[in-house]
Design a protein. Structure first.
Length: 243
């Protein structure tokens, strides 16, 4: 099952950028669910004094969710698609939001440096070639006890949920996308979800990369069993013994 990667995927997002928000708006609860996942970071005090990285921010829908939940945080949005970022930067933002064009695998080269108090990643990990490497990068960017929230299409593993996802894509998403000339991207969307980790497999992957307090939380509506928030924390380094 072929999916798009790296430059091909960025180019597909560039091509679809000016229609992307219109298509996702047809998904019931899309923005409310992003805000729910942002709240699940559990950050205090409106984010005052905190640095938050929005990794794979796209057109800024996830950034807007973070800014709504954490209006006083410093938020850095990063995406590999220049076209998507053009849409993001055209939105009205307060002065504590900035954007960087870079793939998730090359943050240091783009000047994205920690420590961050939290990283939010919406619809990112199934799109990267090496999820473990990106989890390692995020781990290194987080402050001790820094928090991660991954908002992602991660199927439950039940055949029914896989069937619902395929039916929605074939019956609704792909016909519209094909009519708009973005069929390649949305075929990737369908295939990348089917080929990616189940939610249990992804939580195991996160634990294996040095995170603790890993939990998978379902999202409501038709995406129950299809989309989850996986929350985790960077474990603090062990204390050194006295001499």
């Amino acid at each position: 099952m072929t999916v798009l990667r790296d430059a091909d995927l960025a180019a597909a997002f560039d091509h679809a950028a000016h229609r992307y928000d219109t298509l996702v708006a047809a998904n019931p609860g899309y923005h409310a669910q992003l805000r729910r996942s942002a709240r699940r970071l559990g950050l205090p005090h409106r984010g005052t004094g905190l640095r938050v990285l929005d990794l794979g921010c796209g057109t800024g829908a996830s950034t807007a969710a973070l800014a709504r939940v954490l209006p006083d945080a410093d938020i850095t949005g990063v995406d590999a698609s220049a076209g998507m970022l053009d849409r993001a930067t055209a939105r009205p933002w307060h002065g504590r939001v900035r954007f960087v064009c870079a793939p998730a695998e090359a943050l240091a080269e783009a000047g994205v440096a920690g420590p961050f108090d939290a990283v939010f990643a919406a619809y990112l990990f199934r799109n990267v070639a090496d999820p473990d490497a990106v989890l390692d990068t995020v781990h290194d960017l987080l402050a001790p006890h820094g928090r991660l929230a991954v908002h992602e299409y991660t199927l439950s593993g039940r055949p029914l949920d896989r069937a619902v996802w395929t039916a929605v894509c074939r019956g609704l998403v792909l016909p519209v996308a094909n009519a708009l000339g973005d069929g390649d991207l949305y075929r990737h969307l369908w295939r990348s979800v089917v080929g990616f980790d189940t939610v249990d497999r992804f939580t195991d992957r996160v634990r294996a990369r040095g995170y603790d307090r890993v939990r998978a939380l379902p999202l409501p509506g038709w995406q129950t069993g299809i989309t989850h928030t996986v929350v985790a924390r960077r474990a603090a380094p062990p204390a050194r013994g006295g001499q």
